[in-house]
Design a protein around this ligand. Structure first.
Ligand code: HEC
Length: 191
């Protein structure tokens, strides 16, 4: 429904001028970003739950390691967006370390959480200048749920901690409690 509404706005764009067109294009981009995040999150959560059931958290670490980047990559290829996850405390520092813009948004999210806003609906979008032109960037906060605590919580089973250490010697994504801000989905698309 909202997607259709976006298209109608774009259709009336030429009559109303650039400013209006710009607004509707960002609106449409936000809708696209939300749909992509939903698909990414649903696929990943589904695979995570399946893996936890089948092999417990130690087996599931490998699934997170291989499947999270693979799902992100295939969605990126299909959509023309860049899609990933990031955090101020990363497990996979190589792939998920925030850039300067993402760091600012993550800090802004933390401030908004401290001010009482809901993590579940927290997003931020901006059109930015890049070396190759304008890009639309979008982030959506990720809350820490109960299911996440086995691998990101305060008390991690020693055997599991060993497996995480082995796969991620630089891991700093631990010590979270349920309901805390864990990180964010981060998307961008050239305009
Ligand atoms: C089985 C262990 C496990 C569970 C359970 C788990 N994670 Fe992770 N998480 C990982 C691993 C491993 C990575 C690194 C993935 C990679 O290499 O990209 C990761 C990475 C992440 C990242 C990307 C940023 C970073 O730290 O590198 C976010 C965000 C994240 N997890 C959130 C969650 C949330 C939210 C939940 C609960 C819904 C959850 N995780 C449950 C193991 C787990």
């Amino acid at each position: 429904m909202r997607y259709i509404a976006g298209s109608i706005l774009i259709a009336s764009m030429s009559a109303t001028g650039t400013l209006y067109a710009y607004t509707s294009e960002t609106e449409m981009s936000a809708d696209q970003a939300q749909m992509l995040i939903k698909e990414f999150a649903t696929t990943l959560q589904g695979e995570l739950k399946g893996a936890l059931k089948e092999g417990g958290p130690i087996g599931a670490v490998q699934v997170c390691k291989e499947r999270a980047p693979a799902i992100a990559e295939s969605l990126s290829e299909q959509s023309g967006w860049e899609i990933g996850r990031t955090s101020l405390k990363t497990r996979n520092a190589e792939t998920n370390t925030p850039d300067a813009w993402e760091t600012e948004v993550l800090k802004q999210f933390a401030d908004r959480v401290a001010a009482g806003q809901s993590i579940k609906t927290m997003t931020y979008a901006e059109v930015v200048e890049t070396d190759t032109g304008k890009a639309y960037r979008y982030m959506k906060a990720i809350p820490t749920g109960e299911i996440c605590l086995a691998c990101h919580g305060v008390e991690i089973d020693p055997k599991l901690a060993e497996a995480i250490d082995k796969a991620y010697p630089e891991d700093s994504a631990r010590g979270y409690s349920a309901g805390e801000l864990r990180g964010a989905f981060t998307l961008s698309k050239p305009l």
